[in-house]
Design a protein around this ligand. Structure first.
Ligand code: NAI
Ligand SMILES: NCC(=O)COP(=O)(O)O
Length: 321
């Protein structure tokens, strides 16, 4: 693979700029898209005109994207919000035209983009799906440094908890299962994926005594998909499906809502967790953490998750040929 991965700058007031520099030397060749004024003082970088142009060893290749203002760590500037959004769109345009191998995104602050530029998407996942032509996608978070691996897909993502039971339709779950199943084969090289589906309620409803979403929606769907030959366990009680012996029985877990999925992976592998969007016509990964305004600019940001995301994008691009 000779094409670089594009690393989008994310929120310039967060830890993204320092991570872009601290991940250098991880063995993956990437180019950063952003405003060089946002990089840490003294950072070694070279501006390039095209994603794969050469740079001196040890330098960050930079596709320059001018923002309205310099950045102050920890304090997002509404005037810079549009730049953050445009950088993501630029990366998608470049990868779609075949000029890069994949995209790895550094974290955005959803609130800052909404307030600064009326960003109408809950996050990268939905924005990337839109840029790709409104394709159906799912968010997966995958561990890279625990065994057995923890791979989780929240079927509903950034919606209020009170809205989850209505949003968790049979159609939505089916879409999440089918996209995950296909991606396990294509992107992760697992030829016969074993999927587990979490219940919504305590004890997965316990036969309808603690909620009926499982018996009315989830059980009939899983029975139908098993009839097609998909290896599906569930609906499983969510509290007992993430310890190591339980994870050994499946390759990916489809969960009902955000925290049901993200708490186990961020607890088990915060440093090595990778967010990957399944279903896009290009590869997109991301670190599992956010903008970390509380430590931005202090030099304490751990680049492990960014490096894991770059490596996963690289491996996926290699598999795709
Ligand atoms: N892919 C993305 O664009 C994501 C964006 N976010 C956004 O980030 C913002 C902040 O979210 P929070 O819930 O506060 O989560 P966060 O991950 O930014 O921070 C949670 C805690 O973890 C620490 N932390 C995070 N990354 C770290 C790193 N690399 N090294 C050392 N410590 C680290 C922070 O200092 C903080 O104490 C929100 O606007 C959220 O929407 C959150 C997750 C992913
Ligand atoms: N909590 C995960 C998260 O916020 C990542 O969202 P996205 O920006 O990758 O869609």
């Amino acid at each position: 693979m000779t094409k670089r991965i594009l690393l989008t700058c994310g929120e310039p007031a967060g830890i993204g700029p320092e991570l872009a520099i601290r991940a250098l030397g991880c063995g993956v060749d990437y180019a950063w898209i952003g405003d060089p004024r946002h990089l840490p003082e003294g950072a070694a970088f070279t501006e390039i005109a095209a994603p794969n142009d050469p740079v001196p060893t040890g330098h960050l290749p930079v596709l320059r994207h001018d923002f309205a203002h310099p950045a102050t760590p920890g304090r997002p500037d509404p005037a810079n919000a549009q730049g953050v959004i445009d950088v993501i769109a630029r990366a998608v345009d470049l990868v779609t035209r075949g000029e890069a191998a994949a995209i790895t995104t550094l974290p955005i602050n959803k609130q800052a983009l909404k307030e600064g530029a009326s960003f109408r998407f809950p996050g990268h996942t939905e924005y990337l799906a839109h840029l790709a032509g409104d394709v159906p996608v799912v968010m997966m978070l995958a561990s890279t440094s625990v065994s057995p691996p923890c791979r989780v897909v929240p079927a509903t993502i950034h919606i209020p908890l009170a809205e989850v039971p209505a949003a968790l339709t049979s159609d939505l779950l089916e879409q999440a299962i089918r996209i995950t199943h296909a991606a396990m084969i294509r992107d992760f090289g697992i030829t016969a994926p074993r999927l587990a589906v979490a219940g919504l309620n305590p004890h997965a409803g316990e036969g309808g005594t603690m909620g009926r979403e499982e018996s009315e929606r989830i059980v009939p769907l899983l029975d139908r998909l098993r009839g097609e030959g998909i290896d599906l366990a569930g609906p499983l009680p969510a509290d007992t499906m993430f310890h190591a012996p339980a994870r050994a029985r499946y390759d990916a877990a489809i969960c009902a809502y955000h925290d049901q999925a993200l708490i186990p992976i961020k607890t088990l592998d915060f440093a090595g967790g990778v967010n990957v969007t399944l279903g896009l016509p290009f590869i997109r990964t991301s670190p599992d953490h956010g903008t970390a305004f509380d430590i931005a600019g202090t030099g304490r940001a751990d680049p492990a998750s960014t490096i894991a995301a770059l490596r996963m994008a690289h491996d996926m691009a290699d598999k795709a040929g």
